[in-house]
Design a protein around this ligand. Structure first.
Ligand code: FMN
Length: 212
């Protein structure tokens, strides 16, 4: 009799957990989208026409373990909601990422007075995905990857191409980075109390309101 009750309880708990899990999944993932994406899209819409709305600050760990930060262009989201960024394999950040691929990206939406911070890890995307980006860049944007070594002393005699025509194959130093995000923190400056929210991948992307 006792065994029967225990079994019934186990089944009850299983069904309850299953329902709860599915409800949470429904809440945090809409069509496999983590919920914070909706917040980001809504905020971004207000200033999407501004060129700076795609500029983000990407931080890495320097080779000497001190922080490094620079502006990069947000290129888009992958199917798995990884952040896509184009960069040069010859740059310092690339060497840093080879040693330690932990990153944080900070994205400010000035009009909305809203900041998103993303923690994650960077990886190099597949060659064909990078080729696709290369082909779709404008000739002037492509030229940067054929400029002399980033960070080296400027030489007046160096050649700086200003345009790279369609059809020129992707250079080896043209890299597509994908940032796999595991934590998102949003701060919205509003009255009377600022709004701060956090989502953590390992907790199923459940939204938590935290103190600003
Ligand atoms: C508005 C703006 C956009 C930029 N976009 C990119 C970018 O998408 N990718 C990139 O590698 N560098 C970009 N840069 C240049 C970087 O900020 C940085 O100077 C360069 O990548 C070298 O950084 P590193 O020495 O830390 O690797 C951009 C700079 C500015 C001002």
């Amino acid at each position: 009799m006792e065994k029967l009750i225990t079994n019934k309880l186990n089944i009850f708990n299983f069904i309850r957990d299953y329902k709860l899990e599915n409800r949470i999944t429904d809440l945090v993932m809409t069509k496999k989208r983590p919920v914070w994406i909706q917040d980001l899209i809504a905020i971004k819409k207000k200033e999407s026409k501004e060129i700076y709305s795609r500029w983000i600050q990407l931080s890495t760990i320097g080779l000497d373990n001190s922080p490094r930060v620079r502006t990069v262009v947000f290129r888009g989201w992958s199917k798995n909601y990884e952040m896509e960024i184009l960069t040069d394999k010859r740059s310092e950040k690339f060497k840093e990422l080879e040693k330690n691929n932990n990153v944080e990206a900070c994205w400010l939406f000035a009009k909305a007075k809203c900041q998103f911070r993303f923690r994650g890890t960077a990886k190099i995307a597949l060659e064909e995905e990078a080729v696709n980006y290369w082909q779709n860049l404008s000739p002037s944007s492509r030229s940067l990857w054929l400029w002399p070594l980033p960070g080296a002393i400027y030489d007046l005699n160096s050649f700086y191409p200003l345009e790279i025509n369609d059809g020129v194959p992707k250079p080896e130093n043209f890299i597509l980075l994908k940032i796999n995000i595991f934590e998102v923190d949003q701060l919205l400056l509003q009255k009377p109390i600022h709004l701060r929210k956090r989502w953590i991948k390992n907790s199923g992307w459940i939204e938590e309101r935290i103190n600003p």
